[in-house]
Design a protein around this ligand. Sequence first.
Ligand code: C2E
Ligand code: MG
Ligand code: MG
Length: 790
Amino acid sequence: MTKPEGFNTMSLTAAPDVFRQLADKLSNISEESFFQHLVKSLADILEVDHVAVEHVDSQQGRVTSLAEWSQGKFNKTAPYLLSGTPCQHVVNYSTYFVYSQVSQQFPDDKRLAALGVEGYWGVVMIAPDGNLLGVISLMHSSPLILPLYAEEVLRIASVLAGAELAHQLAESKTRERLLYKNQALKRIGRHNEALLNTINEQQRFQNAVVNVATAVAAENGEAFLHQLTAHMAEALSAEVGFIALLDTHNADFAHTLTLYVNGQIQDNFAYYLPGVPCHKVMVEQECIVVEGAAIMLPAESNGALSWVNGYVGRRLDNSHGQPMGLIGVMFKAPLTDVDSVRNVLQLFAARAAGELERQQDEERIRQLAFCDAGTGLPNRTAFMHHLEQVVLDPQSPNFALLLLDLNHFKEINDTAGHDLGDLVLKTVAERLVASLSRHHYLARLGGDEFVVVCPDMEAGHALALAQRLSDSIALPVVINQQSFTLSVGVGISLYPQHGSTPQALLKYADVAMYQAKRQKHAMCLFEPWMGRVVFEQLNFAKRLGKAIADKQLNLHFQPQVDLSSGQLVGAEALCRWHDEELGDVPPGKFIPIAEERGMIVALGNGVIEQACSQLAVWRAQGHSMPGQLAINIAAQQFEAEGLIANLLQSCAHFGLEAWQLSLEITESGIMVNPEKAIAMTEVLKNHGFGLAIDDFGTGYSSLAYLKRFAAAKIKIDISFVRDMLTSDNDRVIVATIIAMANTLGLETIAEGIESQAQLDALVSMGCAQGQGYYFDRPLTAERFAQRWLS
Ligand code: C2E
Ligand code: MG
Ligand code: MG
């Protein structure tokens, strides 16, 4: 099912979208430098006022700005000292976060004061060799609240920036060294004819550096590598220049990425490495063949290089030291000045490796943006993109959309853990792939939802395919010796019969899938009548989600009394929802929808908070509430993590003791996962919370379990109380429940007492407490206080 809008919609789709933005932005580098581009993109994506990338010289304790973006424009900050700035903390701790008032915390930092910075987050920039190079800082003029994906964005940014800066520093160092060498050589050369040749070599070296520098500014990506190779061959007067990449699947093979022969670009080819000089490069980092290289060259070059003599190759490693490929030059003549060629090649190798790695990083970002990491399938973003194209494509006049949602997958996740759940999903993905042909497009929409686009497919075939997919999933999945039996609900919509836009088609497939699940069928083809019914439900769920988020639900309170004395012994908090459009909606209607749509935990947390807050309000008004306030807890809440922490937190916040609350969990809720429920009831009891089993008699719990629950109270279900005076059967049930509870030492409370006769019968059977319209209806907090609290 698509999650209702307005309700936790960010988590699944937003993060990949952000990576796509980052990838787009960073691959379109124009006149601005890489760092300028980076700061601007980060400010934009993370919505912060200022972003700075700075080089840190930790020995001298100095910080130099590489680029700074501040409220819509580039800013210049003069170099400053590290001490007394948040940067120093970043350097010390790798990352440093200040939510607000950072300027006050670092009164000596002039920039913070000048920009009026409140919130700050910095991370270090590390060179590929692990050395600290600098800091990326996010600064904001108000307290810093960042989206969840900020951390991953910043991590990737810091890796990219670290690699870039390391290259820039290495280049400028080489340039400095060259300049110095060159001057020295010139001085000596004036007196030594023999060195003239070497000076020319050095000149060539220097030209090469300039070439590299200009190439960096001019181009990016593939074109950059072509240009680099051409420059390299030219700078070394080599007839051949090339870059080759290792095959990602088979390290015995390499592919040329770019190959220049006599200034002409050649077709790329793949070649077998063992036995050729390039292989030695991969093993030993470098290979030099002074003469006669031609006979060792790969056969795949088809004799086109039969005239080659000299060969120099160098391995290209990424920043983790893993080989990515190699770069090299070849000469018609035998090599004479080996050192000079090696030096120049090394320089080009550094630049090429940097660029290749950047391309690989970008590829990774793209993967993150468009690929679902768990299954390797295209994700929702990629799918929507694909669907848009299919709808526009005149070649595909009709197609079917199949939406698959696993049944009860959440239970696997909850009981077996998320890691195992992920493996199950991966297996499901593999089975789906195996049942589809290459014309079908399969994607994972998120969670346990998959979708297939089937070109040129009519209703009959779509249903048959759905059956095949459902069958493929029905075989047990065995992981780590655990076996899982899965089933799926498939909804099908057809283009163009059912809808003409991607959004409509997806919605209709969702509607059909929902219908399949309701009817407990494996699949369902969309039919127009479904639209109205299910849209009403979707609308309902959407409004409910919003009401929960906006805290528009409130509580009524129903007294619980001692049957013999009529004294108040507690109250039950019951949730109420009034919606502008739908009017008063009874909990019997909205609670099941909240459970079905995964909103019950949020709803329940709101109830806990309100109930505690109300007890505090009554206390402040001088009312004393005898006994416990009972709160209904749904099975999913009981299973979710954080229930106890939430309860304790609310109690602490409103100054309450645990014993003031009692939790009602239904018998059927407990039976969803009795062992876990038993453990949970123990924990709750140890914290001092009261516990009652609600709707008792309807959930088939065995006596064996009942003994083990740490419940103090059993609530006899309303249906037995209602009919006990007319049905002997129900009367016997009520009597048995009460007798059984008494032997187990549990209290009993009867729900739904409406008459004196029911009351008398219950008292005679030994029931101690009761609740029902006979005493009072659920009341607003004010009415309840007026009528029941002293
Ligand atoms: P429940 O917990 O068994 O609550 C008792 C229900 O019986 C309440 O219905 C109450 O108004 C009703 N009732 C009480 N006395 C009488 C009576 O004498 N005659 C009749 N005919 N009904 C009586 P309500 O408020 O409509 O709640 C229905 C169910 O909704 C609750 O059953 C409970 O399962 C669920 N619910 C209500 N609030 C919450 C909540 O905050 N969280 C959760 N998880 N469920 C809730
Ligand atoms: Mg209840
Ligand atoms: Mg009940």
